[in-house]
Design a binder for this molecule. Structure first.
Ligand code: FES
Length: 268
């Protein structure tokens, strides 16, 4: 992300924050005036400042998700001015700094909007639907024994690069929030692609694809209709190529995969 020039002039901001007591509450945007926010503060630190002020006044602080605050864990999940993570390239919400905003600016902050990600409170959504997809097949069940020497299984450089790119997915859900269909195909395909580009992922490839796509559908996510908003919103720059790979595998698996029996090897 190219960084804008900053100076030390503190910012006075008007922010509208989605406040919602619980899943049943209708919720709504609440206006707050924040004065003297450092341009060097991160976006989440700006919310920390707001919360300190709210607590000081005896009001409920704003609930929002975060953990690592360095773009690794995928916990932060805010729609900033209608864009997941604020729409800055390859940037999670926790990596956004206040120097990207102007003095006097109005900022709208909302939770992810997707039926499969219900709001728990304020800006926090339940992303357990992603866990269900990964639990359906995002692992290798073969008993691998002790770790082999890293060079014992040769992997072409291009395949290793593709697997690593897909494995960069942090499961934040920006792809779902950006998609007009609330599709989780970029997430699901990334989780498949990081194994299916490697030799270790091949034996269960068809079974895994069917299980994870079925879990994705069962969780209530929409389908992909080629808007590519997911790719644009992904803070880890995962491309739609993984979706093409998943769709090819799913077609093959739906036509040819059979559950392994005791006599078969399960390779599909
Ligand atoms: S808080 Fe961990 S990625 Fe943002």
């Amino acid at each position: 992300m190219s960084e804008p020039e900053s100076n030390d002039k503190p910012l006075n901001l008007t922010i509208y924050v989605w406040r919602q007591k619980d899943a049943k509450d209708a919720g709504g945007l609440v206006k707050y005036d924040l004065k003297g926010v450092s341009q060097h503060a991160s976006f989440l630190e700006m919310l920390d400042i707001l919360n300190e002020q709210l607590v000081g006044k005896g009001e409920e602080p704003v609930a929002f998700d975060h953990d690592c605050r360095e773009g690794i864990c995928g916990m932060c999940s805010l729609m900033i001015n209608g864009r997941p993570h604020g729409g800055f390239p390859a940037t999670t919400t926790c990596q956004v700094h206040m120097r990207h905003f102007k003095d006097g600016e109005t900022i709208y902050i909302e939770p992810w909007r997707a039926g499969a990600f219900p709001v728990v409170r304020d800006l926090v959504v339940d992303r357990a639907a992603f866990d269900k997809i990964t639990q359906a097949g995002g692992y290798i069940t073969a008993n691998c024994g002790s770790a082999q020497d890293a060079n014992a299984i040769l992997v072409p450089k291009d395949d290793a690069d593709r697997a690593m790119s897909a494995a960069a997915c942090i499961g934040c859900g920006a792809c779902v929030a950006a998609c007009p269909n609330s599709s989780a195909m970029l997430y699901t395909a990334a989780k498949l692609a990081h194994m299916h580009n490697l030799p270790q992922g091949q034996p269960e490839r068809m079974k895994r694809t069917l299980a994870m796509v079925d879990a994705m559908d069962a969780a209530g996510f929409g389908n992909c209709t080629n808007h590519y908003e997911c790719e644009a919103a992904c803070p880890k720059e995962i491309t739609r190529e993984v979706i093409a790979m998943m769709n090819r595998d799913y077609a093959k698996a739906a036509l040819s995969y059979r559950e392994p029996t005791a006599k078969s090897d399960g390779a599909g």
